[in-house]
Design a protein around this ligand. Structure first.
Ligand code: SF4
Length: 699
């Protein structure tokens, strides 16, 4: 991989002379105060505008401002007409459109498709401030407001819907969002590199339809440009015809390869078309597998998928930012608070992160239910120690209400900072989906020394009383470094440490690409020992997923028995939510396992679809809740395990029913609070943030 230009090395646009805005304008009046007659870029976002590097619109806005462009923000516009989309006037270069830090459907609905009653990214948590499928709706309104202005999509919703994808809420395979939104370009993953180059080129007068060479972008096109070699995706894995009459893909039509290898950078992989994957689950599973195998920026090829007579073309993923670049992105002149237009309103997502620091991006875990890899990539992008310490000092000195406790030093996975492949050459040719599953790769550097050093320096800063670690940590990595576990348990746990084994049984764990529960036990032994040695009474809080593909009723029963044995009574349940593009979602939709080569005879995966069975799986997690006892008793009898019903210690469910419990009509029962699992990645680029009122662990 040749290193691209530093994103801060471009010649600044003329408007840099107008200086830095104290906060990016959300109204014409603010633009007037700044002396702007127009914005160069207007960002439309489904979230409230918080000028902080945990929020995508702020990163993108401040980054483009640093390049000399005038950037305005229209946050949570009224989408019922185009009026609100005209608020800042016609942008000179483009609209940048994002649903916000979450997919709008994940934001608005539970896994059981119930409308959520609040929205953490909205002032005072108010619901209904964004439409369903926000990216598509905003793009339509923006086009209506100002015809001819280029429309660029970004953020997690656009990123994870860049190809034909299974949509849980409509229970169908939907087209690429590029087609529905009629957008000119889509930027996926961390957007900085592509966006900076794109906007400079637009400013130089290059038409957007000619900008086709940027990594991390996707667009709609017709026909293959000259000089490209095309491979049928089935040929990559020698997939036999899946079902007779179902594969209609033309054979490879590129030049014959005997005698020479076609240049990889000029090779495209043609996936089964939208029409094919919509009709045929096997082809969907196959396309999902190929997509995930083509995510390493070191060796990924362009992907193409026909939608009717047009192609959706996905360029290879962006190259990771260097540490120096990432440091500058995080140290742009953010106001580090919500826009002043919100007054005293509280924005829960901001409350959650305002005393925390994001130290990295990316994750090499590869958990199949999580989309972080598809969005941020498998290569960890690290901030420098000094940059992180400077941000802690900023929080201490500038954030109102700071009392000396940093609530998190984390990221997608707390303990992957500075970890990665030992050899850049091997890394660039690697095609594994995870560096830690099924075993930790021997090429992975698992040295936690730098992270320990970072923790020590952070808590030694004047004015810092405590530094907590709240992001999920990968405990199979942590057990390789007992010294790290000691450091963690001694100094960085606030009584409870949340970690996520996700299950106890090998069946579902193998479909999640998670380590066995034995690793959790080893971590617990270390954690308990070091907590004792530190004289601290503190506990692990494990999280589990119900109804994940590959989970049987027996698996959930065994998990419930494990919980009872270990005296855990979860107060939250997490039902599997098939988010767009995750591998587990492909399992859910197709009943096949894309972790292995897909053929007509390839592995079937059991899937929990029916509401009753989903409720049962969640009920096993809350076996102690009397509301669940009638359902559990019925299931245990059907499973031939009536021996587990009774009032002794060895029983799972009592035989009696407390008065006033368990009789609520099913449809009226208030469900227990659900944990959100989607990786909440701000906007086009951005740090991974997850959870609602508190960020849950993932790894
Ligand atoms: S070789 Fe191993 S450590 Fe390196 S990228 Fe591949 S899986 Fe990860």
């Amino acid at each position: 991989m040749s290193q691209p230009p530093d994103i801060f090395s471009y010649r600044k646009h003329w408007a840099h002379k107008l200086g830095t805005a104290p906060e990016l304008p959300m109204s014409r009046a603010e633009m007037d105060l700044l002396g702007w007659d127009a914005c160069d870029v207007v960002i439309l976002t489904g979230d409230a505008y918080v000028d902080h590097p945990s929020f995508g619109m702020a990163i993108i806005g401040r980054l483009l401002e640093a390049q000399g462009f005038r950037v305005g923000i229209i946050a949570q516009p009224d989408w019922t007409s185009a009026d609100d989309f005209r608020r800042l006037g016609r942008p000179t270069l483009c609209f940048g459109i994002t649903a916000g830090n979450m997919d709008s459907m994940v934001n608005r609905y539970t896994a059981d498709r119930r409308l959520r009653s609040d929205d953490a990214y909205t002032p005072d948590g108010a619901p209904n401030r964004r439409p369903d499928r926000a990216v598509t709706v905003y793009a339509q309104r923006a086009r209506e407001a100002f015809k001819g202005v280029p429309i660029v999509l970004g953020g997690i919703e656009a990123s994870l819907r860049r190809l034909a994808h299974y949509d849980h809420w409509s229970e169908q395979v939907r087209r690429s969002v590029l087609i529905d939104a009629k957008a000119d370009l889509l930027i996926y993953g961390n957007a900085e590199r592509a966006l900076v180059e794109l906007v400079h080129r637009l400013a130089r007068g290059e038409p957007i339809e000619q900008i086709r060479d940027l990594r991390g972008t996707a667009f709609v096109t017709r026909g293959r440009p000259p000089g490209w070699h095309e491979i049928d995706a089935r040929a990559l894995e020698r997939v036999a015809p899946l079902e007779s009459g179902q594969c209609e893909i033309a054979p490879t039509d590129g030049p014959k390869t005997s005698g020479h290898r076609p240049e990889r950078a000029r090779t495209l992989v043609r996936l089964p078309s939208f029409e094919q994957v919509r009709k045929d689950p096997l082809l969907y599973a196959h396309a999902s597998r190929i997509l995930h195998l083509e995510t390493n920026p070191g060796n990924a090829r362009a992907l193409v998928q026909a939608h009717g007579d047009r192609d959706v073309w996905i360029n290879p993923p962006p190259l990771p930012l260097t540490t120096a670049e990432l440091d500058r992105v995080f140290e742009l002149p953010y106001a580090r608070r919500p826009h002043s237009a919100y007054g005293a309103a509280r924005i829960p997502a901001w409350e959650m992160i305002r005393f925390s620091v994001n130290i990295m991006r990316g994750c090499f875990g590869g958990c199949t239910f999580c989309s972080i890899t598809e969005h941020e990539g498998r290569i960890i992008q690290n901030r420098s120690e000094d940059s992180i310490l400077r941000e802690i000092a900023e929080i201490r000195d500038r954030t109102a209400g700071f009392t000396g406790t940093i609530s998190d030093l984390g990221g997608p996975t707390a303990n992957m900072w500075r970890l990665g492949c030992k050899d850049a050459r091997i890394e660039s040719s690697c095609r594994r989906l995870s560096c830690v599953y099924p075993q930790i790769c021997r090429n992975l550097d698992t040295n936690h020394g730098p992270l320990i050093q970072l923790y020590r320096r952070a808590r030694a800063l004047p004015g810092i009383k405590r530094v907590l670690i709240a992001s999920g940590l990968r405990y199979d990595l942590a057990v390789r470094s007992p010294e790290y576990v000691r450091e963690l348990a001694t100094h960085h746990v606030g009584g409870y440490l949340k970690i996520a084994p996700e299950h106890t049984e090998p069946g579902p764990l193998s479909k999640m690409m998670k380590p066995g529960i034995g690793t959790y036990d080893r971590f617990k032994t270390l954690f308990d020992r070091y907590s004792r040695e530190a004289g601290k009474e503190q506990y692990l809080i494990p999280y589990f997923i119900a109804a994940h593909p590959g989970t049987s009723d027996e698996d959930m029963l065994n998990l419930a028995l494990w919980l009872k044995r270990n005296d855990f009574r979860p107060d939250q349940v997490q039902g599997f939510l098939p988010t767009p593009m995750a591998i587990a979602s492909a399992m859910y939709h197709t009943g096949r396992n894309p972790l292995k080569r897909i053929t007509r005879d390839s592995e079937h995966v059991s899937v929990v679809r029916k509401q009753r069975q989903r409720r049962l799986h969640k009920a096993f997690l809350r076996y102690h809740d009397p509301q669940n006892w009638p359902l559990l008793r019925e299931a245990l009898r059907a499973m031939g395990r009536a021996d587990l019903i009774g009032n002794g210690k060895r029983h799972l469910v009592p035989s009696f029913q407390p008065a006033g419990t368990g009789a609520t009509p099913e449809g009226q029962r208030r469900p227990p609070r659900e944990r959100l699992v989607q990786t909440l990645t701000p906007g086009p680029p951005g740090p991974a943030r997850r959870g609602r009122a508190r960020r849950p662990p993932r790894s």
